[in-house]
Design a protein around this ligand. Structure first.
Ligand code: F6P
Length: 375
């Protein structure tokens, strides 16, 4: 019998329901079924760079299926630009050294878009890396879905349900801001499931007049209240144009000074638009005469136990990843495909964002039940 494979696992990016369920699914299959050894790095990429890890035996994996958060903790560090002792450093050579020192055969990274980019950087540095698609935003390409999304959809839907009864009782407009700075999947899914009257997502810049029209049409029909599901990254036409222009400047910049200036400009545009849901609430109140309130769901959507669908997905993805490691496959994200899984090359995932297409079925569905999309 050959030497047991030794694998490192970590969680990176924002936390998300299902991280522990995925660690457990991978770990149980890797250790118990494939006879591997497993270590867990703390705090995402930073723990990898600092070689802070714990041995993960069967005991550590027991009882974590239903737990929210991540037993390994997480962080948003970038491997090629990490702030260390007040200096920005490229930690890839150190990570390669740690990988060799720990005698690892593979690294399994649980994360979203940022993690896919880090994974590709490490794969290009020669490490055997696999990722598992995590994010409540559901914005990773080439996977049907991501773990965390189903749970966050449940939470946001329940919030919309509860806001409905208070909006109705007070004859108010209630705007609920749902996470998703680039993609509107979560807002759209929860908005449809919760029967929001208006759904605003980043992919469809809205016109305040159109939102007002939908609310006034409802008032005419005797519904003197409205629930508006607003994505964190939704913008009205003018803000969307400013944001687009800033992004274009950023893409065009190629000298260090120009890049720095473009980055500062993008940050200031984003900052000036941060309160957009409150601004919209004021505009709607002024135009319709209905009192308006804002509820920002924020990190509530990322907390707590994963729902059954996410536990199933997490366990399926985790065990599939263990099988791929056993077969010696790396450089891939393990995607969810139909009822199964499929490895897809990291190069095809890193740096891409899955946005809601204009002709997506959920968009048609929302329109056909009379939901306003602000356009
Ligand atoms: O990417 C997941 C996500 O929850 C986004 O929906 C949100 O914009 C972002 O993370 C918030 O990040 P943080 O927790 O770092 O504030």
């Amino acid at each position: 019998m050959g030497k047991a494979k030794r694998v490192g696992i970590l969680t990176a990016g924002g936390d998300s329901p299902g991280l522990n369920a995925t660690i457990r699914g991978f770990g149980k299959a890797a250790i118990g079924y494939h006879g591997m050894e497993l270590i867990g790095f703390r705090d995402g990429m930073r723990g990898l760079a600092e070689n802070r890890h714990i041995e993960l035996g069967a005991g550590a994996l027991s009882g974590i299926l239903t737990m929210g958060g991540t037993i390994l903790s997480t962080g948003r560090d970038k491997v090629h630009k990490m702030l260390v002792d007040g200096e920005v450093r490229d930690m890839r050579p150190t990570i390669v050294e740690n990988y060799e020192r720990d005698e690892l055969d593979a690294l399994v990274l649980l994360g979203g878009g940022g993690t896919a980019k880090n994974a590709l950087r490490l794969a290009e540095a020669g490490l055997n890396v696999l990722t598992l698609p995590k994010t409540i935003d559901n914005d990773l390409v080439l996977t049907d879905t991501t773990f965390g999304f189903a749970t966050a959809t449940e939470i946001a839907t329940e919030a919309i349900d509860r806001l409905h009864s208070t909006a109705h009782s007070h004859h108010r407009i209630i705007l609920t801001e749902i996470m998703g700075h680039r993609a509107g999947w979560l807002t759209l899914a929860a908005g449809i499931a919760g029967g929001a009257d208006i759904i605003l997502i980043p992919e469809i810049p809205y016109q305040v007049d159109s939102v007002v029209e939908t609310i006034q049409a409802r008032i005419k029909r005797g519904s003197n209240f409205s629930v508006v599901a607003v994505a964190e990254g939704a913008r009205d036409l003018a803000d969307a144009a400013d944001y687009e222009a800033a992004q274009l400047l950023m893409k065009a910049a190629n000298a260090p000074a120009a890049i720095k200036a473009a980055k500062t400009h993008v940050a200031s545009v984003i900052d000036s638009q941060r309160e957009h849901t409150f601004k919209l609430a004021r505009e709607l109140e002024a135009a319709t005469g209905l009192e308006s309130r804002v509820t920002i769901l924020g990190h509530v959507q990322r907390g707590g136990t994963p729902c059954a669908a996410d536990r199933l997905l997490a366990t399926k993805l985790g065990t599939a990843a263990a099988e791929l490691v056993a077969e010696g496959v790396s450089g891939v994200m393990v995607a969810a495909r139909g009822e199964g899984t499929e490895p897809v090359p990291l190069e095809e995932v890193a740096g891409k964002v899955k946005l809601v297409p204009a002709d997506h079925d959920w968009i048609k569905t929302a329109r056909q039940v009379g939901t306003g999309l602000g356009d």
